[in-house]
Design a protein around this ligand. Structure first.
Ligand code: SF4
Length: 201
């Protein structure tokens, strides 16, 4: 069993918060252990809870389209959520649930070591930048400690708001260029990533 598989097993058996009582399946995440990009959403919804897989409903289909539009296959990236079990009725996750579940995401990040973390929506952004507003920082490359984060709106929210949909599409279009920039930054000077965040890349 790999580290990631052991972690999945732990998540499937987890009862650290009340969401364990109402879930059908926990949704640990999926994707290759050596993925360069990690997409982090909020929490599983109805279809994710039924299938035990992340982003398989309408928002998932939109995410697949967004990835396809930039020439990236879903199987190449790692996809997970801040919260691993569905909140009843798709309500927002509560602070104590986020806290209880946080070590699982921390371990996923440690194992995958993604070059780029794309946060999808405000709960995922808050994990890295608790005070930031998604409408202000989406589409900007931001260094947080050792991690490089790229906040975008959540695909589910974008499906309901035409102006967020075009913002998400535009932010995704820049991902291939960001990956190229990261190559240069790693060779040249890490502080340039900080400068890029000021200019919104
Ligand atoms: S949401 Fe996270 S902490 Fe809560 S039961 Fe599921 S895996 Fe455990």
């Amino acid at each position: 069993m790999t580290e990631l598989e052991k972690l999945y097993e732990e998540i499937r058996n987890c009862h650290k918060c009340r969401l364990a009582e109402s879930r059908t399946n926990a949704v640990p995440g999926e994707g290759p252990e050596d993925a360069q990009i990690m997409f982090i959403g909020e929490a599983p919804g109805f279809h994710e809870d039924r299938q035990g897989r992340p982003f398989v409903g309408a928002a998932g289909r939109f995410l697949d389209q967004l990835l396809e539009s930039i020439g990236i296959k879903r199987e190449e990236v790692y996809i997970c959520n801040v919260i691993k079990c569905r909140p009843p009725g798709n309500r927002d996750p509560l602070a104590d649930e986020i806290k209880a579940c946080a070590p699982y995401l921390d371990r996923q990040i440690e194992i995958i070591k993604p070059r780029l973390i794309v946060t999808l929506g405000r709960f995922s952004l808050a994990k890295f930048l608790p005070k930031a507003s998604i409408s202000k920082v989406h589409g900007q490359l931001i260094r947080v400690g050792d991690l490089t984060c790229y906040p975008v709106f959540h695909p589910a929210a974008a499906l309901h708001q035409p102006r967020w949909k075009s913002a998400v599409e535009e932010d995704f279009r820049r991902i291939p260029e960001i990956l190229k920039q990261l190559d240069k930054l790693e060779i040249e000077d890490e502080t340039k990533a900080k400068q890029l965040s000021l200019f919104g890349l």
